[in-house]
Design a protein around this ligand. Structure first.
Ligand code: KG4
Ligand code: ZN
Length: 366
């Protein structure tokens, strides 16, 4: 390593799904620059991410975005201590674009390459924003994942629970699609729910009260479809108030499930780490949802846990979380260089936990 390890500067590249994102971050928690090129418009007409389109868009956008981000940060490749890229889990075409670009920059500039697990990026983002010590309980809710993880340190995670079918964001996206709302579904459902009556429809709360802290959302999605069909049968069409009421009921049911599972996870976590106050961290795109955040905050308060959630821009996919995970891994091992690590479409954070679901939008949800 050319510089002293007291302030490491890392370029982070994220291309695992439908955002091309690049950032420059240092180990003193300064985000020198971060840029996100969203592909939402390219996938919107398909109601979901099309892997082939995503990979092509990463190819056409990434070089330019790296140049812009370095310019914004007023840095050159020479100033960097390492280049980090999401190496999995995710769509393999996009992963290959990010990893090959990062490796090429690393090789050409004589810097190490750091292979970052996208989920670890989400898991550690709270430490980029605040001074949070390990261990903490992490609730990760994104488009491809829904997991509760005991986070003991960098690279050290124990999965306490996970979805057995759909991920939380996937449930939002599918609900939006069923109701004719735009993609991505999360923000659209949240907006529609604001004007809705959550008690008009009684949607199911899968696994509520069951032992353990796994999640299940596919029954909820099916109930949304049936409810929407019943509205159409009754009134001839799905009207804005129907949509708003279904979205509000969906969010309420989801909130109830999350609260119940979280309460269980806190008990399990306490059994492992003791009764002292611990941080509860939420991460992933669904953590941007204000209604769910408020429910989760209530659980934290009731259990004397401190609540931590990254700001919105760092909840959804971004390059800063990848650069920061790179920083954390380099601080732990200054000799790290992952030049020989290949993209991994499936890459669970807790390698010892058996997969709960075979495959999903971004690989295993388990
Ligand atoms: O973490 P993320 O950006 O990408 C993945 O790693 O998947 O999460 C994207 C997911 C999408 O499913 C999107 O609908 C959901 O996060 N999302 C939301 C909200 N904003 C984004 N879900 C609920 N409420 C929101 N406000
Ligand atoms: Zn993500």
């Amino acid at each position: 390593m050319s510089k002293e390890t007291n302030n490491l500067l890392v370029l982070g590249i994220e291309t695992s799904c439908d955002e091309t994102a690049v950032a420059v971050v240092d180990s003193k928690r300064t985000i020198h620059a971060h840029n996100v090129l969203s592909q939402i418009d390219d996938h919107a007409e398909y109601g979901g991410v099309v892997p082939e389109i995503a990979a092509r868009q990463h190819i056409s956008g990434l070089d330019h975005l790296i140049r812009k981000t370095l310019l914004d940060a007023d840095k050159t490749f020479n100033d960097l201590d390492a280049i980090a890229a999401t190496t999995g889990p995710g769509l393999v075409g996009g992963l290959m674009v990010g990893v090959m670009t990062a490796k090429a920059i690393a090789a050409a500039s004589g810097k190490p390459f750091v292979a970052v697990n996208h989920l670890e990026g989400h898991a550690l983002t709270a430490r980029l924003v605040e001074d949070i010590e390990f261990p903490y309980l992490l609730l990760l809710m994104s488009g491809g994942h829904c997991q509760l993880l005991a986070t003991y340190g960098v690279g050290s995670y124990e999965r306490l629970g996970s979805t057995i079918d759909d991920a939380a964001g996937e449930a939002f996206d599918k609900t939006a699609k069923l109701l004719g709302l735009p993609y991505p579904g999360g923000p659209a459902v949240e907006r529609a729910a604001k004007d809705g009556n959550p008690d008009r429809f009684d949607l199911p709360t899968p696994l509520l009260g069951r032992p353990g802290c796994d999640f299940s959302f596919s029954g909820l999605k099916t109930a949304v479809r049936r409810t929407a069909e019943a509205c159409v049968a009754e009134r001839g069409a799905l009207f804005p108030d129907d949509r708003a009421d279904i979205c509000a009921a969906f969010q309420q049911a989801m909130g109830r499930c999350i609260v119940d599972r979280l309460e269980k996870a806190i008990q399990i976590f306490r059994g492992k780490t003791g009764d002292k106050p611990m941080p509860l961290v939420v991460a992933g795109g669904v953590a941007a949802n204000q209604y769910l955040r408020a429910r989760i905050q209530d659980v934290a308060a009731a259990n004397t846990m401190t609540f931590h959630a990254p700001p919105m821009a760092l909840c959804t996919d971004n390059g800063a979380m990848i650069a920061w995970a790179g920083v954390e891994r380099l601080v732990r091992d200054p000799t790290l260089d992952d030049q020989d690590v290949a993209p991994r479409p499936r890459w669970p954070l807790d390698e010892s936990a058996a997969p709960k679901v075979g495959s999903g939008r971004k690989g295993p949800k388990a």
